[in-house]
Write a protein that binds this ligand. Structure first.
Ligand code: LMR
Length: 346
């Protein structure tokens, strides 16, 4: 009888133990937090987009708008992380970083693409565009497509051409109005044969300086003048050292928006489609926004009483154009005049 009692108690205990274990499991499952965000991250595609200018510039703002559009259009499946001010790579380093796949997107100026594809020098030719209408037609039309397609053989997917604005001349010591005013002065330039030759034709001495060193070089008086858009002159405070600004609109500064080609090809079709839509929307927005921004920031600079601003007359521009004529002959001799004719077809 005593033995039976013991067996019964043991069975009861085991049953109680099992019930307690099952109940515990039940409550544990009920309270378990499924981290949807963490699950999503496994599937999330991250694009690093590196550039060298400030956030509040035409390129900086376009990069952020593109990032927002991509995230919205893909319901968060793609995240574009924008790194501004050369915080990841300087302009001399970013192309290699893209080709290595260390970043997935960059948007260097046209000048910085000329080292890779010399035909891109066409966009550096002075007085190529008469107005913003010319710019838009070239960037979004057949010429833009042909130039972007040339990137393909270099392992780059060319996505779009973005705009900053017309370039102006600045100087530390005097207004640059007549071609002779350039004689003997040192000019900071971006790496581009056409731009180098442009300053030589004016009698100046071109010096290549990467964008992140321009401010420091100005402080150390390493050059006397430079060309840039009002937006870059304003956002980086170059006008504080170079108070003489000539509104010459002699050249155009725009950007080649690029993606690492292997990365692009690894993306699912639907994602490629969403990225293309986001790029097209951003490009149209950027064309208008960059124009407005340069106009507004010129007004801001004008508020400063130490700044001297001079706008070239049509006749003065003609004299500059005459000086620059050999650049066109040289380009046509090296690369033919097909692209030039298409751009000039108004
Ligand atoms: C410059 O070097 O002046 C520009 O390329 C900077 C930029 O990206 O707008």
């Amino acid at each position: 009888m005593k033995k039976q009692w013991w067996v019964l108690s043991l069975v009861l205990l085991i049953c109680l133990g099992c019930a307690a274990f099952l109940l515990k499991q039940h409550f544990r499952n009920e309270n378990m937090v499924y981290d949807d965000e963490q699950q999503g991250l496994k599937k999330q595609i991250v694009i690093y987009f590196s550039h060298v200018v400030a956030e509040n510039t035409p390129k900086g703002l376009a990069a952020q708008k593109f990032a927002d559009l991509v995230e919205k259009k893909t319901n968060g499946r793609v995240k574009v992380e924008v790194f501004s001010n050369g915080s990841l790579y300087s302009d001399g380093e970013e192309m290699d970083a893209l080709l290595r796949g260390d970043v997935q997107m960059i948007a260097p100026t046209f000048s910085k693409v000329t080292e890779l594809i010399p035909e891109w020098q066409v966009l550096d030719l002075p007085y190529l565009f008469q107005d913003y209408h010319d710019v838009e037609r070239t960037f979004t039309g057949s010429v833009g497509k042909q130039l972007l397609a040339m990137l393909d053989s270099k392992g780059i997917k060319g996505l779009a051409l973005w705009s900053n604005g017309f370039k102006q001349m600045t100087s530390t010591t005097r207004l640059l109005v007549r071609p002779d005013d350039f004689r003997g002065l040192r000019f900071r330039i971006m790496p581009s044969e056409v731009i180098e030759e442009q300053f030589r034709l004016l009698g100046g001495e071109p010096i290549v300086v990467s964008f992140d060193h321009v401010y420091r070089s100005l402080e150390k008086h390493e050059f006397d003048g430079q060309e840039n858009t009002i937006s870059n002159i304003y956002s980086k405070g170059f006008y504080k050292f170079q108070p003489y600004i000539t509104i010459s609109n002699h050249g155009y500064l725009g950007y080649a928006v690029m993606m690492n080609k292997s990365f692009w090809e690894s993306l699912p079709r639907d994602i490629q489609q969403k990225i293309t839509e986001a790029i097209q929307e951003t490009t149209m927005w950027n064309l208008q926004q960059s124009k407005n921004q340069n106009e507004q920031e010129l007004e801001e600079i004008k508020q400063n009483e130490n700044i001297h601003i001079y706008e070239l007359s049509e006749e003065e521009k003609k004299r500059w154009e005459q000086k620059f004529a050999p650049l066109y002959d040289q380009f046509a001799k090296e690369f033919g005049d097909k692209l030039l004719r298409e751009i000039k077809q108004r």
